[in-house]
Design a protein around this ligand. Sequence first.
Ligand code: FE2
Length: 330
Amino acid sequence: MIQNTLDASPIQVVGQQAHAGHPFPLILACRTKSASLDDVVAWIGTQRDRLLAQASTSGAILFRDFPLTGAEDFDRFIAAFGLANFPYNESLSNAVRINRTERVFTANEAPPDINIFLHHEMAQTPVYPSRLFFFCEHAADEGGATPLCRSDVLWERLAAECPQFARDCEQKGLRYSNVMPSHDDPDSGMGRSWQSTLRAQQTEDAERRLGELGYDWQWLDDGCLRATTPVLPAVRKLSGGRTSFFNQLIAAAQGWKDSRNDPSKAITFGDGSPLDRDAVAVAARLADELSFDVPWQTGDAALVDNFVTMHGRRTFRGTRRVLASLIAAE
Ligand code: FE2
């Protein structure tokens, strides 16, 4: 029999933050020991609107001790929210990922010693998801936390410390450049081939897609493709009068590094002028100070509002399987 009264109550963990009286992240623990996945799905059905509102207000929700054991369970958990999927193969993400179900994929296949810097998912492209779900199928032996950072709080602090830089971000926007390989490169955090990224087999198809999206591009001698985005916003207005630092500036300026990419060439203001390196360092420092590291336990799931909260990945040892799923913007 399906119970509609699953008990999930807030818990606190070390290092958890609070902003404007709301916990960050909100952590809900399932207290109903005998709960089945059907119970969870029914509970989400009745709590959906409240949970989505809480994810926006708090920035993220961590679900602990829910009866979820693998990709299929996670898929059902997400589907219960009744939100539109944002398929990886249609995204312009530069990460290599492997699908486990139609809507669930491995979070990033980059090697354990690669630190993935804080970012808003796909904010370096014209199409980005509104929300992300994560699921810890297997926690790493050591490390491997997902740092989360409240981007609206970051924006307030950054605007106070670097007002000119903040004005430039708001007024000029940003352009990003990256070099895509001609074959998936699993050794890189940004190793997705141009064929896969652009869903194109031939260079002409790739050029058509880039043209539609407003990109500039250049073919390199080794078959790689350098692509530069149109001007994209660096900030986003949120509900409640908040503003978030909605971009990939920190990740691009610090982390877009592999055999093909140099972070110093990855990003400029929308008018082509260089970013103030000191201000970028301040943004990275503030983001780091504001980070909460999700202490993954196997079976944990998380809902992250992509407009409010940045995420990343710490380095780790051992096997780490964190799955992800993206929700299309409405
Ligand atoms: Fe990401």
